[in-house]
Design a protein around this ligand. Structure first.
Ligand SMILES: O=P(O)(O)OC[C@H]1O[C@H](OP(=O)(O)OP(=O)(O)O)[C@H](O)[C@@H]1O
Ligand SMILES: O=c1[nH]c(=O)c2nc[nH]c2[nH]1
Ligand SMILES: [Mg+2]
Length: 167
């Protein structure tokens, strides 16, 4: 399933940047729920959606938080998305008033699968690439399709050689 553009560029996101961007996402969602502007619940797409969902639910004061676990990538290689764990369907119903939160949309295949389970939910991601953008109702920052987004939980600080070398 790798009929995709190679990822020629890297977009490196720090914890601080992720926090700011997830807050910006919350502010965009504020007051847009169906119940007097409020949202009933948040469903995080694990694992990448968990940190953004925590920040969004904190900002919007949403206490009902559940997860749907979808796996589609092994590092940068994509396979058929699979649901590993479903949310409490009594809580989420058809998705009305529910915010689905993920870190990013790339091809849109993960969200296609999740939307099929909760067709009336509002889908929000922090980052979006053009191919999957139509699957998202609200996002903060778009990057090009040939960009790989590196998240803080996948990175570590390490020594870098000086550009001109050492004596
Ligand atoms: O739009 P798509 O092409 O479907 O890709 C987007 C999905 O891929 C990543 O999850 P991944 O499957 O790597 O699992 P993870 O969240 O546990 O890292 C990312 O967190 C999104 O959920
Ligand atoms: O960490 C990630 N960065 C990405 O750009 C991406 N696209 C799909 N899945 C992804 N995971
Ligand atoms: Mg994910």
């Amino acid at each position: 399933m790798n009929d995709r553009l190679p990822h020629e560029k890297g977009f490196h996101v720090s914890w601080d940047q992720l926090h700011r961007d997830a807050r910006a996402l919350a502010w965009r969602l504020q007051g847009r729920g169906p119940d007097d502007g409020a949202w009933r619940a948040v469903v995080a797409i694990t694992r990448g959606g968990m940190a953004p969902a925590m920040i969004v639910s904190r900002e919007l004061n949403i206490r009902h938080v559940d997860t749907i676990s979808v796996k589609s990538y092994d590092h940068q290689s994509q396979s058929e998305p699979r649901i590993i764990k479903s949310p409490d369907m009594e809580l989420v119903g058809d998705g009305e008033g529910v915010l689905i939160v993920d870190d990013l949309v790339d091809t849109g295949r993960t969200l296609e699968l999740v939307r099929a389970h909760m067709p009336k939910a509002h889908v929000a991601t922090v980052y979006a690439k053009p191919q999957g953008r139509a699957q998202v109702d609200t996002y903060v920052t778009e990057v090009s399709q040939d960009t790989w987004i590196f998240f803080p939980w996948d990175m570590a600080l390490q020594y870098v050689k000086p550009y001109r070398g050492t004596d």
